[in-house]
Design a protein around this ligand. Sequence first.
Ligand code: IMP
Length: 192
Amino acid sequence: MKLCFATNNRNKLIEVSSLLNDSIELLSLSDIGCLEEIEETQATIEGNSLQKAEYIFNKYNVAVFADDTGLEVEALNGEPGVKSARYAGELRDNEANIQLLLSNLKSKPNRDAQFKTVITLITEKEKVQFEGIVKGSIAEQKMGEEGFGYDPIFVPNEYNMSFAQMSMEEKNQISHRGLAVKKLVDYLNQNY
Ligand code: IMP
């Protein structure tokens, strides 16, 4: 079966294709000829994940899954959440996003947070969502150089280092996206 992963991120594609069995041929967005930007205009992570998968399924008529991720900070009522990429503005500037988050948390004793990834799979026969959550807290300052996004300020529970201080393999073992991908892959390998 051909299955599109609604991304052009090579790292994500390699990671998932290495886990899938041979009956599934994984395609990227460029493989199916989708070069346009896909809208993410919904109010929730679940909604955006569904919106992206539905767009591809309806327009390109291929089985597909799409992921969407957000960082939810308890003392900020779940923000930046669905706005994680654009928290400090339309430029999607990681450094500006981190500085805004640290400044908004300055006077707050509760620094608990979680990353949440939702993957939506749509095929001819069904529409299913898979969720991955990792709980942790927001550090007082940046730590580490690895990873991307909010990694330098996210410390997973039971660790005393940030995601940006871990290797990619270490992070993938426990991360929101790693957990959601594992659920998806187990499901696909059992059912397709
Ligand atoms: P996306 O849905 O994977 O594009 O993620 C949306 C935004 O959430 C990204 O632009 C990052 O700011 C943030 N984000 C997603 N995943 C991670 C992660 O694993 N580490 C740090 N930040 C992340």
